[in-house]
Structures are given as structure tokens and as C-alpha cells.
Design a protein around this ligand. Structure first.
Ligand code: SAH
Ligand code: SF4
Ligand code: F3S
Length: 444
């Protein structure tokens, strides 16, 4: 670990959503392009980028403890950059509170990291939280990623302003990347070995081709175009918003074979009063009807969602409506959170903030219901034959791990290699994974 001079090794630590993971990969590629090398696992790096998440209080506080941990007893420390959504939301505060931090860079400005590093070497601390529209992607180097599963951010930002959420403030307004750029990036990912691409966006299905004339070119058309790439085997997308679901997207699930039967469609609550106070655009009923349409198009589709318990004013009866919605859907998998008041959001100032013990108890009950459904979904898969994209080696010798079409983790033993598409029979189910029996290799 060096204290002065240009950094030669780096580490990027990403927290939060998959879009942050994607940004973390692009920052790593950018730094590698500048001649820095990734610090080997377990070794200290000259430059550490903390790519942070601001979504809940605990996630945001983490950055300060991480900064503290990077400083050694002898006073030495790496060059520290704080990136991501905490950087965007609290840049000035970080600079004031953490003198060890050399630079603060927002999610739309990280293409400027090399210049900021150069300034830091000269002893200057810098903050860049500008949000220039689409400048970042044009300034980044080509993709280097070679794993079988790759992320591709197609859309960023959010205009929905749910009353609890910081994303519209940390990520800015909704903006879509141009179609041609996305096809180019997808082609380069596939050339480098990607077999599955997950399209990412804070509201991924709000994507529409920006620019002259073809604004009506919507998300379903992008999926259909990507499906034409011969060596791409699977397409996924996340996170989608109920408001931006189109008939065209639902039809893709019936017609595009490469589009995996999986849908992450956050609902947040089963109570219409709470949904309204959250400024969600749907009711419990309109959400369920939307899911029915997906199921009609693709009967085996696995459903996932996000939930918040303890939103201000949520009564026991309203919470029970969430449990009823969960029962009605039968999720394959879902995420659930305790409401966390975020500075500057309307909900943080609402009356009726819920005590922590009530939130804990509700979260436990909700998670029990979601876990029950997840296990039931996995158990119902036993006996099915499906394709698995091999992502990595398992813990035991000769064991491999990959994903089923329904995004379940499947492990199996036998002859395989990372990136293979194999056919397995699902043999035994646990809550978080499934044991498969290898039948044949479909594509090596
Ligand atoms: N754009 C996506 C979600 C992005 S944030 C959507 O609208 O569906 C991911 C999840 O974090 C949200 O779906 C929500 O469940 C949760 N979340 C956001 N703000 C939160 C807060 N203040 N407290 C608790 N959970 C929150
Ligand atoms: Fe946040 Fe709502 Fe936007 Fe999702 S849609 S990112 S929850 S404001
Ligand atoms: Fe977190 Fe920012 Fe993603 S707040 S969830 S890293 S958009």
C-alpha cells in the first residue's frame, strides 16, 4: 500500500443494486485502461473505490465504517474514492466528515476518475457530482468483461418519486441510452464470452430509444433485437416498474425464446391506502391483474418483488393486506425491507412513523410467508428438466453452479465448464438452491 505517488493497484467495492455492480465493473475497466491493476484478493490496494448505496440508513452509514477500517494503526491508508449514491447525496458531508477521503464522485461522473486521481496525487481533494446527460458512457473504454453472465445498463434514473425513495435524487431523471450503443456493447460482451445479458435500469422497462424520430422504439423492441445476436443465449431484465409495462413486453415473454421466464416487479405493499401514500401508481388489484397478463403469456413465469413494511401510518390491518397479496401471488423469490426514513424524502416527514419493534415483527411475518413460497416454488420444480448456464465451480470437486431459467441456483456434478449451457433434471430442492442431475451439454 503506497502513501504517495500515482496509485498502481486498485480495488472497487460495490454495494447496493446491480446497477452499482455494473458501474463498479465499468470503473474497474476504466482504471485498468489507465494502467492500474486490480489488487489480488487479500492484498491491500493503493486506491480503494467505495461504490456506495444510499437506499436505506444502514447502507449509507456503512461507508463511514468502511473508511475507518481502511486506515491502519500506523497512520497509513490507501487513496480513497467514494463513489455511488452516498457520494451523490452526501458529497460535501463526506468531505467534511472524513478527511481520509481524497475524492467523491457521483454515479454520472465516474468517467472523470482518472483526472481526479491525478489531482489527488498532487494533494488536491475533489468532488464531482455533476449529472451530465449520457456523457459518461461515451467517455468509458470498451467492455473487458468475459464471464458467461453480464450486466448491461440500458436506462438510468427515476422520475417516479415514490415518497420513501432517494433514487430520483441520487440517480437523477430517467434517461435511456441509445439503441445503437446498446447493441454495440451487447455484441462486444458476447464476443468476450457473455452468454446471458441482464438489462439493467432503475426502471428498466421505461427504456425507449432516445433521439430523433424513433422515440416510440420501446423496451420490447430492444429485447427482440438483442435476441437476434446468435451467440447470446439468454436475456433477463431488472428492475421493472408496473407503470411502464406494455403489451409488447408481455408479448415478448410469450414469443422471445431467449427471454427468461422471470419477472421482478416490485409492489411494496398490498394496501391501497399505503400504496397511494407511497405515490406508487398501482393498486393491489391492478398489480395482480398485471401479473395475470404475464402469466397468461408465459404460464411458468417466476415472479419476484420488493416489499416495504412499516411505512409511516401502516396499520396492522394494512400490513395484513400485504400478506394477503403475497398469498395471492405465490412469489418464487422476493426482497423485503423495513421502512427506513431517508433525509429529504416526503415520507420521512410524515406522521405515524412506526416503532422499530413493530417493524421487526412485521418483517419476520412477511419473510416467513415469502420463504414458505420460495421453498414451495423450488419444491414444485423437482422433476422438471431445464437448461442451466454454468457460472462457476461449486464448493466440492467436480461440482458446478449455474442458474435455471427461473433464476434458481442449481448445482450439479459431472463434466462441464464455465459458460456451458447444460440440460439437467432438477432432483432435490432447498430454500436457496436446487440439486440437479446432468443430462447433456446443449452448447459448450
Ligand atoms: N426502481 C425500483 C426499486 C429501486 S430501490 C422500483 O421501483 O421497483 C429497491 C427497493 O428498495 C425498492 O423496491 C424498495 O422496496 C426498497 N426501498 C427503497 N427505499 C426504501 C426505504 N426508504 N426504506 C426501505 N426500503 C426502501
Ligand atoms: Fe425509487 Fe420508486 Fe423510483 Fe423505484 S420507482 S427507484 S422505488 S422512486
Ligand atoms: Fe442503492 Fe443507488 Fe442502487 S441508492 S439501490 S446503489 S440506485
Amino acid at each position: 500500500m503506497r502513501q504517495s505517488g500515482p496509485p498502481q493497484t486498485f480495488r472497487v467495492k460495490s454495494f447496493g443494486c446491480q446497477m452499482n455492480v455494473y458501474d463498479g465493473e465499468r470503473m474497474a475497466e476504466l482504471l485498468a485502461g489507465q494502467g492500474l491493476s486490480a489488487a489480488p484478493e487479500g492484498e491491500e490496494a493503493d486506491l480503494v473505490v467505495l461504490n456506495t448505496c444510499h437506499i436505506r440508513e444502514r447502507a449509507a452509514e456503512k461507508v463511514y465504517s468502511d473508511i475507518g477500517r481502511l486506515q491502519k494503526a500506523d497512520g497509513s491508508k490507501p487513496m480513497i474514492a467514494v463513489a455511488g449514491c452516498v457520494a451523490q447525496a452526501e458529497g460535501e458531508e463526506i468531505m467534511a466528515r472524513a478527511p481520509a477521503v481524497s475524492m467523491v464522485v457521483g454515479p454520472q461522473a465516474y468517467h472523470r476518475l482518472p483526472q481526479m486521481i491525478a489531482q489527488s496525487v498532487e494533494g488536491r481533494r475533489t468532488t464531482d457530482t455533476d449529472m451530465p446527460a449520457d456523457a459518461k458512457f461515451a467517455a468509458l473504454p470498451a467492455r473487458r468483461k468475459v464471464g458467461p453472465g453480464a450486466f448491461l445498463t440500458v436506462q438510468e434514473g427515476c422520475d417516479k418519486f415514490c415518497t420513501y425513495c432517494v433514487v430520483p435524487y441520487t440517480r437523477g431523471a430517467e434517461i435511456s441510452r441509445p439503441f445503437k450503443d446498446l447493441i454495440r456493447e451487447a455484441e462486444s460482451l458476447v464476443e468476450r464470452g457473455a452468454r446471458e445479458i441482464t438489462l439493467l435500469g432503475q426502471n428498466v422497462n421505461a427504456w425507449r430509444n432516445p433521439g430523433s424520430g424513433d422515440d416510440a422504439f420501446e423496451f420490447d423492441a430492444l429485447i427482440r433485437e438483442l435476441a437476434k445476436l446468435p451467440d447470446l443465449q439468454r436475456i433477463r431484465y431488472t428492475t421493472s416498474h408496473p407503470m411502464d409495462v406494455t403489451e409488447g413486453l408481455i408479448a415478448c415473454h410469450a414469443e422471445v425464446e431467449k427471454l427468461m421466464p422471470y419477472l421482478h416487479l416490485p409492489v411494496q405493499s398490498g394496501s391501497n391506502r399505503v400504496l397511494k401514500a407511497m405515490n406508487r401508481s398501482h393498486t393491489a388489484d391492478s398489480y395482480l391483474k398485471l401479473l395475470d397478463r404475464f402469466r397468461a403469456a408465459r404460464p411458468d413465469i417466476a415472479l419476484s418483488g420488493d416489499f416495504i413494511v412499516g411505512f409511516p401510518g401502516e396499520t396492522e390491518a394494512e400490513f395484513e393486506e400485504t400478506l394477503q397479496l403475497v398469498d395471492a401471488v405465490g412469489y418464487a423469490q422476493a426482497y423485503s425491507f423495513k421502512y427506513s426514513p431517508r433525509p429529504g424524502t416526503p415520507a420521512a416527514a410524515m406522521d405515524g412513523q412506526i416503532p422499530r419493534d413493530v417493524m421487526d415483527e412485521r418483517l419476520q411475518r412477511l419473510q416467513a410467508a415469502l420463504n414458505r413460497d420460495q421453498l414451495a416454488f423450488n419444491a414444485a420444480s423437482v422433476g422438471k428438466r431445464c437448461e442451466v448456464l454454468v457460472e462457476r465451480r461449486g464448493k466440492k470437486p467436480g461440482q458446478w453452479l449455474g442458474k435455471s431459467p427461473w433464476l434458481q441456483s442449481v448445482f450439479f456434478e459431472g463434466e462441464a465448464a464455465i459458460g456451458d449451457l447444460v440440460r439437467v433434471e432438477l432432483a432435490a430442492a432447498g430454500p436457496n438452491s436446487i440439486h440437479g442431475r446432468l443430462l447433456e451439454t446443449v452448447a459448450a
